[in-house]
Design a protein around this ligand. Sequence first.
Ligand SMILES: Nc1nc2c([nH]c(=O)n2[C@H]2C[C@H](O)[C@@H](COP(=O)(O)OP(=O)(O)OP(=O)(O)O)O2)c(=O)[nH]1
Ligand SMILES: [Mg+2]
Length: 328
Amino acid sequence: MAKKQQSDQKQSDYVVHVAVAVIRGDDGRILVARRPDDKHMGGLWEFPGGKVEPDEDLKEALNRELMEELDITVSTFQPLITIQHQYPEKTVLLDTWLVSGVNGTPKGNEGQEVQWVEADGLTGLDFPPANEPIVNAVLLPGQYMVTGLFSSAAELIEKVSRQLENGLRLIQFRAPWLQEKPYLHLARELHHLCQPFNAKLLLKGDPELLQETWCDGIHLRSDQLSIPASEWKRYRRKGQWLAASCHNEEQLRAAEVAGMDFVTLSPVRPTKSHPGRLSMGHERATELTLCSRVPVYWLGGLGRSDESLAIDCGAQGVAGIGAFWLTH
Ligand SMILES: Nc1nc2c([nH]c(=O)n2[C@H]2C[C@H](O)[C@@H](COP(=O)(O)OP(=O)(O)OP(=O)(O)O)O2)c(=O)[nH]1
Ligand SMILES: [Mg+2]
């Protein structure tokens, strides 16, 4: 008995390294396959991939798996997110890459159903439990703007409009100097601006704001992560984003426990807005990001041009106030 318990323990401690491909076709749709019934998580949808063999690098593993399972190869690779997930029977490390440049026409070599879906359609499919952050990472853009100082509603609207035209699709409306009523009034105007661009506007404040029917989501301060998720999750409607600000490992874990969809991690570099505050630097930010089970935006002293650096280090992209707010 003791021996069996020990070997069960060993099995769940052992981490299976899995190469996973979010395959984007030329038309922007994503390829998903149904896992064969007799496999772990059988019958559920998956992003194709499989176990990495010893001495294989990730790209080799992905192309071998994609050839075996679907008769295709891919030529462009971008890291998306790395998720370690403990199932009762095993622990997997889903090393997930956004890939494109598909050679060949995908077909289910193992008899599995395959289909191309719009990114928005991914939320309606049944995936294994480990996949939720992968779907969020596919849906989230590479840049997240936090609004900065403004001296009039006209200035706020002009700046947000300009950034929407520049391609921004995720915005946090931050104005801690305003009372709730004028804040919500302006937020509604911004939400109106965002809609034609299909951009999302996150509010800063109490979780009760999720009850506003037009609210796309909320961004919490790190000290709000201690509010038990059960107290406010009941307000949440499908499609609303939950995000939080994190500055260290403990807060990242708290954000996962609280069920956040994504976080910002700061300050990665020194910033003008917080002079003298110690920044964590790229190396520490990379370490923390790779251990996070939710998508992470790097924040603090970074600009739009740092997006690919952040992505290469495992992040979802960059968030910023100054770099987005002040540029034209
Ligand atoms: N490929 C893939 N595996 C996933 C996803 N989500 C998820 O939890 N997993 C789990 C299920 C499996 O336990 C493991 C991947 O194993 P696999 O069955 O794809 O491995 P493989 O292709 O090498 O297959 P095999 O040789 O073991 O038959 O990761 C996903 O989206 N894609
Ligand atoms: Mg597989």
